[in-house]
Design a protein. Structure first.
Lengths: 329, 144
């Protein structure tokens, strides 16, 4: 009458049970694929790569590396389908570059690519800094770091300004503890999460030289180059298109070309301290939008057309205090 | 009559089924996460049916995306308490529900002691009955 359930061997794999849920798309779907094209068709990684190409300006070396990684993962999938060993490669990465060079944006895209290739299960990005990992008193750090790691599992953990984790000047700093836990998880649970460290080049180099364990566990070091002025202009124009704005074209006489004014502005801005590449462009455009808004606001009686509302004139940019400063000197 | 014929206590979900494998557990966790539940791990060595509040192993895990995080916690709890009852609980924080919606045992002691029936003689030959866990005859930590 009573059979003893606990004593029976484990239930057979329940293929009909809740596993019918959409588990990480590509991993199962591409199981029978034998050509690169088949894998690509199933995983739709092509779209993400294309988006990376068109959506992000410049960054040629970074894009090449992302493409290489994607290629490796696709070939690994093929190897697996042919019964060859396909050991999951270590994909922990380090993004180093100046502020505003697109480290966070590329990390987001990377999470999507890895998800579409079935390397990570969920493909979400958890962005943290030192404060989220390191505690304030003894025994606070480990639970904090572990909690963040648990949240990031199945996706990508993005540690911004990672070099802050290690503070050599304070030997009792808890950052070291966080690094040790990180290292352990990076080593033991490679299938569960991908860690991306980001920070400025020189400071990351010091960070790695004082943490050789970290350096050796990171397979991919990607350098983000600074943008040139033409690249920054393309970024600015992309941002404006997204926001439904445009530069007012000049007529060669009375009306100044807003685009070339902005270019002149960038030339000046790049020589200033704390130039943050694309971020500075965004801030400059935001300020220009403010000025455009107050310019239109002051013309209370005029009926503004859609074109008026979406046009940044040269004067909006010219009003920047950078131009005033250079004119004065 | 035996109070514990199968030699297993039956509490929470799936307790009449064979033990869930780790893959089964992972699927259940995934299901809960998709519903937006927060999972937590609890353990006890006093499995009396009215012992509702077990010891928490770590904090409830909010904002998780993947079952791996819960499985890590479970593995650690199993390592620390291999001979305890361990259960996973899912908390639904939706306004108006705000309570546990799933709960199932994922670890049992190798030998479950079960319960005995305790009788108490009361006035006018009244009998009062209660269940008594054999495990609790021993002090905490030596029960299983």
């Amino acid at each position: 009458m009573y059979n003893i359930p606990g004593q029976t061997s484990h239930a057979p794999a329940r293929s009909d049970a809740p596993s019918a849920q959409p588990v990480a798309g590509a991993r199962e779907v591409a199981a029978g694929a034998h050509t690169v094209a088949e894998v690509l068709a199933h995983s739709q990684v092509q779209t993400v790569l294309a988006e990376l190409d068109h959506g992000l300006v410049g960054l040629a070396p970074v894009k090449q590396r992302v493409r290489d990684i994607a290629a490796l993962l696709v070939i690994d999938r093929l190897r697996k389908n042919r019964g060859l060993t396909a050991q999951a490669p270590s994909l922990h990465m380090c993004f180093s570059g100046n502020p505003g060079t697109g480290k966070t944006t590329v990390a987001l895209r990377m999470a999507q690519i890895l998800h579409q290739l079935g390397y990570v299960r969920k493909g979400h990005l958890v962005a943290v800094t030192r404060d989220d990992l390191v505690g304030q008193y003894i025994g606070h750090t480990a639970p904090k770091t572990k909690e963040v790691l648990k949240k990031a599992m199945g996706g990508v953990l993005f540690i911004d300004e990672a070099y802050y984790l290690y503070r050599p000047e304070n030997e009792r700093d808890y950052g070291q503890e966080a690094i040790e836990i990180l290292l352990q998880v990076m080593e033991n649970q490679r299938d569960d999460l991908v860690v991306i460290l980001a920070g400025y080049k020189d400071r990351m180099d010091t960070f790695f030289s004082s943490n050789p364990g970290m350096s050796s566990r990171i397979a991919h070091h990607l350098d983000f180059p600074d943008y040139s002025v033409p690249e920054l202009m393309r970024i600015a124009e992309q941002m404006l298109v997204e926001l439904d704005y445009r530069f007012e074209p000049g007529d060669g006489a009375a009306i100044e070309d807003a685009r070339s004014t902005f270019e002149a502005y960038l030339q000046l801005r790049m020589r200033q301290p704390h130039f943050a590449n694309a971020r500075s462009v965004r801030n400059a455009l935001d300020r220009a939008r403010l000025r455009q808004a107050s310019r239109l606001f002051s013309q209370a009686e005029i009926q503004h057309t859609a074109q008026d509302l979406s046009t940044l004139s040269a004067s909006d940019i010219r009003a920047s205090r950078l131009f005033a400063a250079t004119a004065a000197t | 009559m035996m109070t514990n014929p199968t030699g297993r206590i039956t509490q929470g979900q799936f307790s009449f089924l064979p033990d869930l494998s780790d893959d089964d557990i992972r699927l259940q966790i995934e299901y809960g996460l998709r519903k937006g539940y927060a999972w937590s791990v609890e353990y006890t060595d006093d499995p009396h049916p009215r012992n509702t509040y077990w010891e928490m192993y770590g904090m409830p895990m909010f904002d998780l995306q993947d079952a791996a995080g819960v499985m890590v916690e479970l593995a650690q709890c199993r390592q620390t308490f291999p001979q305890h009852y361990i259960r996973l609980m899912a908390f639904d924080s939706t306004r108006g529900i705000e309570s546990i919606t799933m709960s199932f045992i994922v670890n049992r002691p190798s030998k479950e002691l079960g319960f005995g029936l305790a009788r108490q003689e009361w006035h006018n030959r009244t009998m009062r009955y209660t269940v008594h866990s054999y495990a609790t005859d021993k002090p905490e930590g030596e029960r299983y």
